[in-house]
Ligand binder design. Sequence first.
Ligand code: MLC
Ligand code: AMP
Length: 520
Amino acid sequence: MTEAAQHNLYAALRAAFPSDLDSVAVEVLDGPGEGLRYSWQDLDKAAAKLANLLDSLDLPAGARIAVQVEKSVECLMLYLAVLRAGYVYLPLNTAYTAKELEYFIGDAEPSVLVCTPCNHGWASKLAFKAGVDWVFTLGGDRDGSLLQRAAHCADEHETVPREADDLAVIIYTSGTTGRSKGAMLSHGNMLSNARMLKDYWAWTPGDVLIHALPVFHVHGLFVAIHGALLNASPMLWLNRFDAAKVVEAMPRATVFMGVPTLYTRMLALPALTRQQASHMRLFVSGSAPLLMDTFRSWKERTGHTILERYGMSETVMLTSNPCGPDARHGGLAERRGGTVGFPLPGVSLRVVDGEGGLLPAGAVGDIQVSGPNVFQGYWRMPEKTAQEFTVDGFFRTGDVGQVDADGYVTIVGRSKDLIISGGYNVYPAEIEQILNELQGMAESAVIGIPHPDFGEVGVALLVPREGASLSPSEVLAHLKSLLANYKVPKRCYVVDELPRNTMGKVQKNLLREQFKSTFA
Ligand code: MLC
Ligand code: AMP
């Protein structure tokens, strides 16, 4: 392999495959393929076939391959194939509606769309209208045109050389303006992060990962998959999270990664015991704040201390509680609940005031970061990108926090108006924009309030125009037709007015206080 090919993330992952390529790489625990076992050879050959298929399409350099399919091992193979062939992977949440898909396709201008067979009718129509050259289907039962076409391709493929700064993936994240932005991650961003996490989380031979997260976001696609592949660790694969199935798999596994909702759902099961979890080595939580109550209950029930970490689509992983003694911090090994641990090796993290002045230990301010993991900017949004970086190259995360005297980082809030629901980000601005266009709507506010299952959920407050009446159920149905279902507020209330401060800004903090017990 050439020097440059080594910068291709796939080349690094492939180089880590075990020498026995016939051993099991992935075992499927649910769905139509339940019981199927895929070897490392299967992953490699299928990724080669798919990469050859992409090559045969004569795509332009840097072509985006948009993928909106249900989770499956074949979807993982497609991801590997796109990396290997040097194109740009664009994963999309399966919950996105036609309206949302239309935006992503219009913005990213992919050359290829891969969708589920059941969405092919409408998805291909809007894709071809937007100038997409190829539409393939991939179903959860190894069905669809993608695999049919790839079956005829050769099962060997030379990994395309990539530089560390070359674009590998675009991940869309919604924004405070309501317009989604494509975060551009390079091969180097992801590889540097994956290599560092392999050491920091002490991945060891014999580790087995339970993979139960979606594969269209940073957590499930990068942190979990790169970690396992780079360590040649088999994955026990769940296409949908099922608390009972994860608990059942624990005696055959060592590592689990989840958002807090997954932990609270498992805690509700009597089958989760110290004995059941005794084979496990590491439980990682992230993407949303882990409540102290969950942290403590998990320790009490299983004997394991959850390792909480913090990251973003724009940066992959930024901080982590220690897995073992951290020499940079006096050998501290304690995983402190309520904190997201230390900045990872290679990551610089600082807390600043409103003017950008560095704050001392313990003071709360805006979190800014830099490092080899920090993204290349927002797709075709140079001005937005420039705004989000400081002159000395630090990225403004939009998170508010502090670093204590021992170096532990705590996230105390967000300067961005964002709700994190079951690990998914929901931007109120996107919903308010739709609400405010409705006939009879004077104004609206969407707020996040505590929820026992999802951690936080959205609630919409609607102010009708004088003389108009609004039906909450109709409003919710309208939102459902346009937005991914997890973004739709769980409740909708009609109110007379919204509280405002002297500057005329809606005081969402007062509304959050007023509605905080809705789901208690
Ligand atoms: C599902 N629903 C949600 C929801 N998930 N509502 C709010 N928030 C969510 N997260 C709604 C559905 O719309 C549906 O509503 C109802 O709940 C039941 O849906 P479901 O499909 O049966 O839910 P379920 O499969 O149980 O999904 C819940 C979940 C899932 C927690 C397993 O949301 C999940 O996998 N979350 C993980 C997200 C994730 O991977 N985040 C990482 C982002 S990366 P209705 O009305 O239709 O009945 C990142 C960076 C980092 O943040 O640091 O990692
Ligand atoms: P995303 O844009 O989906 O990548 O979400 C990134 C955001 O998730 C971050 O900016 C944080 O606000 C939040 N986040 C991630 N991990 C944690 C964590 N452990 N605790 C609190 N918030 C987190």
